[in-house]
Design a binder for this molecule. Structure first.
Ligand code: HDE
Length: 757
């Protein structure tokens, strides 16, 4: 194969100049400038960062110019007829500045508008030649540059990160064979089976069209009206009502390609494949009450978490998992592999972990990179191909189409973040904002005037060929009979949850339907739930003050001439009754890396007890912040001064994973007098977080609502059950606290539900 012409060589040089330029900036420098330099110098270089550097500008130390390069003398005052007179139309500097500003906004994504991005690399563990000829899935030597965008689905660009919603998990691999986009979600299934239903689904979940309420929420009539008439959504509804819809962090959620794709090897042999991302920090979620609070205290919670972690060097890591299914096994599962409302239980087909994705660099510019990236699951490489999943097929149209409006024309692939790292040559020309200057007379093929360039590429040399699937069929508008088992996997998911997770699903459904005004919609939803699990439906009905309906709602997604009977759900049982990996209860709980811990302290704090725990936490990679009644410093009992990170005005327990109260009798007395400190502990307890209190600060613990509910025996066994530790702050104490934080949450605490925080 012809070795790829590496355009970015020039870029590499420019980037080096750019970095050394940044390093050479005139001193003295502001602290922030120095930070920028450090960041630039520290950026991991790869072929994509090099190519981006060609388009990256840094104004540090530079003179100001207009867009035509004219040095600007006065950017503060417009040109006027007299210093109190009218501004002059002649003022091209004013006009240029305001005109550009007037056109700064582009349409937000019609779905997944709210997102956060990061750069990274993918490293393969072992070549996958047996299954695929894709170069990047066979190369264990080189890292493939990636850009990832996480998102919520329903909310606008400025909406809260903590909405109950599916999360997008879109990964672009800049491979030597072109861009490969794996545009997935954090849930393995979807609401609908056919792309033609997507506008209906999204219109139903978006804010209602008459009053544009509610923002970033599915808890309203139109969504549940649609769902109650669409039983194929039952499985996805279980996921969306579970804690998976409230991730603790983008770094702590799984990702899924959702559809069944195909891998093709060099011999042309195909296998089906499901793509997975497995986070190395485990899969963790927050509580719904907590999510609602975070939405007020820090609506950028997930964005900030990802950004801060990367800045701190706590890079987000995920392993790529593959479930590979031989073509011969297509019909052996009892459900259809082309049905995107079904997952393949890992008990039936294990997930092989084949490589690691590391997110190690924040974007330089949100708009240029995160906003302008244009993902498309039609961006594939030789060795990967599609299946006939009708949801996937529709997406193949939608993603390019939507960019034409969003990014303003057909040249969006030339935007730096969208450019592949290999050269692009074809006969496409012109259009708004064309960047490339194509030389030569010919922009057609075949041509003799230009040597028939650019040349098509033989399959043996890497030219893409579609998998030659045999198709012999009538052209019909239809839904396959194999798509009508709507409930077996909804039940499988529910049955696989731990008791607290089941309670959360019940609560979520009760909350969402509690927000629905139309009684008939609630009733139909109860009918739908009855088909998943009678106990679940009964509990939700109880919470809503309703009875289970006598009539079960049917499927209403029926064509005008369709026989309704032919469109009803088929009752089936899943071949696997319980799949433990569907629950988050058994996820990895072995690290506190990048977890946030609040240390409550006040004047008179015992410095030794504060430091020993803080140091131990930081040694394990956790982030500890000192929270006190006011900002500045506190004076410890021994006279030393301790820097305060936040006061109770800006900090809140919902923004932390755990709380520690440092020792010191006087400090404890001050904190006890501070209602916010007591609330901090009560709320942390309510949200089932690890709490540790240094021995002589016990009086603060006693001021809480929950102290009487504790056994009061702080043995390791009790502590790991109750999640509250009190005692002398020493090494053993710190180690136990760290073990507690790694547990993530003590969900069992919710049972008595006695904490009013
Ligand atoms: Fe998307 N989806 N989608 N989707 N989707 C978009 O493309 C669409 C679906 C997903 O961070 C849009 O560039 C249709 C499933 C992600 O930039 C749009 C259907 C899955 C993102 C679009 C689906 C996804 C999008 C809007 C039904 C998980 C954000 C802006 C057939 C496997 C990507 C854009 C980013 C974005 C259409 C269903 C994931 C309109 C028609 C299933 C992660 O093209």
């Amino acid at each position: 194969m012809k070795s790829p012409e590496r355009i970015p060589r020039r870029a590499a040089i420019q980037r080096k100049e750019y970095i050394s330029m940044a390093k050479k900036k005139p001193s003295p420098k502001m602290a922030t400038e120095a930070a920028v330099d450090k960041k630039l110098a520290a950026q991991p270089e790869n072929i994509k960062t090099e190519s981006l550097a060609q388009h990256t500008a840094d104004a540090a130390g530079e003179k100001m110019t207009t867009n035509t390069g004219l040095p600007v003398n006065d950017d503060q005052n417009s040109l006027k007829g007299g210093d109190r007179g009218p501004s002059l139309l002649e003022d091209f500097i004013l006009r240029e500045k305001i005109t550009h500003f007037d056109h700064e906004r582009i349409p937000e994504r019609v779905v997944h508008a709210r997102g956060s991005g990061a750069h990274g690399v993918f490293k393969l563990y072992k070549p996958l030649a047996e299954y695929t000829k894709a170069g990047f899935l066979n190369d264990t030597e080189n890292e493939t540059p990636v850009f990832v965008r996480f998102s919520t689905v329903a909310g606008s660009r400025g909406s809260t990160d903590l909405a109950r919603d599916v999360r997008g998990f879109a990964v672009r691999f800049y491979t030597q064979e072109g861009n490969f986009d794996l545009v997935g979600n954090n849930m393995p299934v979807f609401f609908i089976q056919d792309a033609i239903k997507f506008p209906d689904l999204i219109h139903a979940v978006k804010p209602e069209p008459d009053n544009e309420i509610p923002q970033a929420a599915s808890a309203h009539d139109t969504f549940w009206d649609f769902i109650s008439l669409t039983p194929e959504s039952a499985h996805m509804i279980m996921w969306a009502m579970s804690d998976r819809a409230l991730p603790r962090s983008y770094r702590m959620m799984e990702g899924f390609g959702v559809h069944t794709f195909r891998l093709i090897n060099a011999e042309g042999k195909a296998s089906f494949v499901k793509f997975h991302w497995k986070p190395l920090l485990g899969v963790h979620s927050v509580a719904w009450d907590e999510a609602q609070n975070i939405s007020g205290k820090d609506p950028d919670f997930h964005r900030r978490d990802l950004w801060d972690a990367i800045e701190a060097g706590a890079f987000a890591e995920y392993e790529l998992g593959l479930q590979i299914i031989p073509e011969e096994d297509e019909f052996k599962f009892g459900f259809d592999l082309l049905d995107a409302t079904k997952l393949v239980p890992e008990e039936l087909v294990p997930v092989q972990r084949v490589g690691k994705l590391t997110l190690n660099r924040n974007p330089d510019n949100f708009f240029a990179e995160t906003e302008q990236i244009a993902f498309h699951l039609g961006h594939i490489v030789p060795g990967i191909d599609f299946t006939n999943d009708p949801l996937l097929q529709g997406r193949l149209f939608s993603y390019t189409d939507t960019q034409l409006t969003r990014l303003g024309g057909p040249n969006f692939q030339e935007i730096p973040i969208n450019r592949p790292v290999v050269p692009v040559h074809n006969n496409q020309r012109d259009g708004f904002m064309r960047q490339t200057i194509n030389r030569g007379k010919t922009s057609y093929g075949p041509n003799a005037l230009g040597n028939n360039d650019p040349q098509q590429v033989k399959a043996a040399d890497g030219g893409f060929t579609s998998y030659q699937e045999r198709i012999e069929a009538r052209k019909v508008r239809a839904r396959s009979k194999s798509f009508f088992d709507h409930f077996s996997q909804a039940r499988l998911f529910f049955n696989s949850q731990s008791e607290p997770e089941k309670n959360h699903i019940t609560d979520a459904l009760s909350f969402e339907l509690g927000k629905v005004k139309m009684l008939a919609v609630r009733e139909r939803m109860l009918g739908l739930l009855m088909q998943i699990d009678k106990g679940l439906a009964t509990q939700v009905a109880y919470n809503l003050g309703m009875h289970l309906p006598k009539e079960i709602p049917g499927n209403r997604n029926i064509p005008a001439d369709g026989d309704p009977a032919a469109y009803q759900s088929v009752q089936a049982e899943s071949t696997v009754a319980v799949s433990p990996v569907l629950s988050m209860a058994g996820t990895l709980k072995d690290t506190v890396k990048s977890r946030k811990v609040a240390i409550l302290a006040a004047d008179g704090a015992d410095a030794a007890s504060l430091r020993i725990v803080k140091d131990a936490l930081e040694a394990e990679g956790a982030v500890a912040e000192v929270i006190a009644p006011k900002m500045g410093v506190i004076t410890a009992a021994d006279g030393t001064q301790i820097q305060v990170d936040q006061s109770f005005l800006t900090a809140a327990s919902v923004l932390f994973d755990a709380v520690y109260v440092a020792g010191g009798i006087n400090a404890a007395a001050s904190l006890e007098a501070e209602a916010n400190a007591v609330h901090f502990l009560n709320e942390a307890f309510k949200h089932c977080k690890a709490i540790a209190v240094s021995g002589d600060a016990h009086q603060l613990l006693e001021a809480t609502y929950f102290s009487k509910k504790l056994s009061g025996h702080y043995t390791e066994e009790n502590v790991l059950r109750e999640g509250v530790l009190a005692g002398k702050a020493d090494k053993k104490f710190s180690a136990l606290f760290i073990k507690m934080i790694a547990q993530h949450r003590f969900w069992e605490r919710e049972k008595p539900r006695l904490i009013p925080a």
